[in-house]
Design a protein around this ligand. Structure first.
Ligand SMILES: Nc1ncnc2c1ncn2[C@@H]1O[C@H](COP(=O)(O)OP(=O)(O)OP(=O)(O)O)[C@@H](O)[C@H]1O
Length: 501
């Protein structure tokens, strides 16, 4: 990609970027939220057109006017947010939009065979007949990759593919990718996770504010230097956690059971408490009841049985609105479907939950001045890359969308913060910031329930960690590095003796 420039109204997302990718490498693309990584890759995949610059493949200039052109040139992309149709089967999703072997006939037998062959060859296990909505996030990820490889590409762009994967799934994915590049293929890998860059990638390129900073071999770099290249300043990678000053119980969950659609309990007899001034972490492989547990706490599962109390008062059958008003803030699992209204502006998303309450409204009238002042302050305080309060949330980068949700939830009045994957998709500077804020919540006497698949995050922020497996709490461990192995065992469903951690 040579001298690539792309402007959006009010922002230059790519500013004269020149960057090259080689055969047989995993090339990491790193940069802060809004640095222009997705924009650059969307141009390579034909979803966006550069205003200036050219793309060459093996020295030949090419025109990429759309994804079909990109695929014809052997370039495929797996997006940050899944693009599968939930009601369709794996096979239907894989062949959707692709070329058929026996046009105009739909030869599903040949397609199934090709999928199974690809699956065997790459090690990406998929069941062609499974429906997407029945699959775990990790399985869906595999389908996304198979769908792209099915098109016969030799360059695979992956936009933060591991953001929703467990450490084991991530390791498996990289094994597959390292095998795949041995045949001269290329992986371009957008990530915020240093470990993945340093352990699995060959070279890394850094973008900052739309500008190309540098490409370096991974063997010549360490975490501190990478962080500095990305953010342009020193980043404190490990934060100090003050000893907890716990107070009264804020959240009490007693014998909570939630039935899944299949009739099998998704959450089974779960009991725990979170006190003021403490952070309780919930560890577990995604899909082990975390979503159902949080939905029940937030009032989204009226059929849940058991008891949930907030500040000593029962909220089990309260509506989500009542629960929010009683002082619960929630950073939900999905910023795009649960956290934001993408068609709304940053401003409207900020006041989404408090729209008709003070200080944003008085006598039924919106206080535009107060709203604008608050939103501008939040944009500045959280370094949200937006042109202003009127920017459409859907036009913002994934990390900046996450910052809107996180800042709104921490800013609104609350006693309990339920934070689910709070740093999902955030760059290291922003992770540092959100982590500081969550630690501050705890220091200010708020109760925090933190659901995360990131062990480092759980250790950095929690006082104690509960492990969920198949909807049950397998045990509790202190948030110390020594307990990690025990936590890992419990994540795999092994009960650990009380006190063993
Ligand atoms: N369709 C669009 N319209 C207007 N601005 C856009 C659009 N797409 C991206 N931008 C802006 O371009 C800049 C670069 O965004 P991009 O999504 O490429 O960043 P990124 O490095 O991928 O960030 P993240 O790590 O948060 O995903 C941001 O300021 C973003 O708000």
């Amino acid at each position: 990609m040579e001298h690539i420039t792309k402007r959006f109204p009010g922002v230059t997302a790519s500013a004269d970027v020149s960057i090259g990718f080689a055969r047989g490498e995993i090339h990491a693309l790193l940069g802060e939220n809004g640095a222009g990584k997705s924009t650059l890759m969307n141009m390579l995949y034909g979803l966006l057109k550069p205003d200036e610059g050219q793309i060459t493949i093996d020295g030949q200039p090419v025109r990429i006017n759309g994804p079909q052109d990109a695929i014809a040139h052997g370039i495929g992309m797996v997006h940050q947010h899944f693009m599968l149709i939930p009601k369709f089967t794996v096979l239907e999703n894989v062949i959707l939009g692709g070329k058929l072997d026996r046009e105009p006939l739909l030869d599903t037998r040949a397609a199934r065979k090709r999928i199974l062959d690809l699956s065997a060859k790459t090690g990406l296990k998929v069941d062609p007949d499974a429906r997407i909505h029945d699959l775990s996030v990790g399985d869906q990820q595999r389908v996304e990759i198979i769908k792209v490889l099915y098109k016969g590409v030799d360059v695979l762009i992956m936009d933060e593919p591991t953001a929703v994967l467990t450490p084991q799934e991530t390791d498996e994915l990289f094994q597959v990718l390292r095998n795949w590049i041995k045949e001269g293929n290329t992986v371009i890998f957008i990530t915020h996770k240093m470990r993945e860059v340093l352990e699995f990638c060959d070279r890394v390129s850094v973008l900052r504010d739309g500008h190309f900073i540098e490409t370096v071999p991974v063997s010549q770099i360490d975490e501190e230097r990478l962080a500095h290249m990305m953010v342009g300043r020193e980043v404190e990678l490990r934060l100090q956690k003050a000893p907890p000053k716990t107070g009264e119980t804020v959240l009490e969950v007693k014998d909570l059971t939630v039935q899944a659609e299949s009739g099998v309990p998704a959450v089974s007899n779960v009991s725990f408490t979170v006190r003021a001034g403490e952070t309780v972490g919930i560890a577990g492989v995604d899909g082990n009841g975390q979503l159902e547990l949080i939905e029940a706490i937030m009032g989204l599962t009226p059929s849940a049985s058991g008891e949930i109390c907030l500040n000593g008062k029962e909220i089990t059958h309260c509506t989500p609105k009542e629960i929010l008003e009683r002082g619960v803030s929630n950073i939900p699992f999905s910023r795009q479907t649960e956290g934001l209204v993408l068609n709304f502006s940053v401003r409207d998303n900020f006041i989404l939950k408090e729209r008709w309450h003070a200080p944003y409204a008085k006598h039924g009238l919106l206080q535009n001045k107060v709203i604008d002042q608050t939103v501008r302050r939040m944009i500045q305080e959280y370094s949200i890359k937006a042109n202003g309060p009127e920017t459409r949330a859907g036009n913002m980068s994934g990390g900046n969308q996450q910052k809107i949700v996180a800042s709104r939830e921490m800013e609104r009045p609350h006693d309990l913060l339920v934070a689910c994957h709070p740093t999902h998709g955030l760059d290291i500077g922003a992770i540092e910031f959100i982590h500081r804020r969550i630690l501050r919540e705890r220091e200010e006497g708020k109760a925090v329930l933190l659901v995360s698949t990131e062990m480092d995050e759980l250790l950095a922020l929690s006082d104690r960690i509960l492990v969920l497996f198949k909807g049950q709490i397998m045990g509790e461990a202190p948030a110390t590095p020594e307990a990690v192995q025990q936590i890992g065992l419990m994540m795999l469903g092994k009960k650990v003796q009380a006190g063993a951690c």
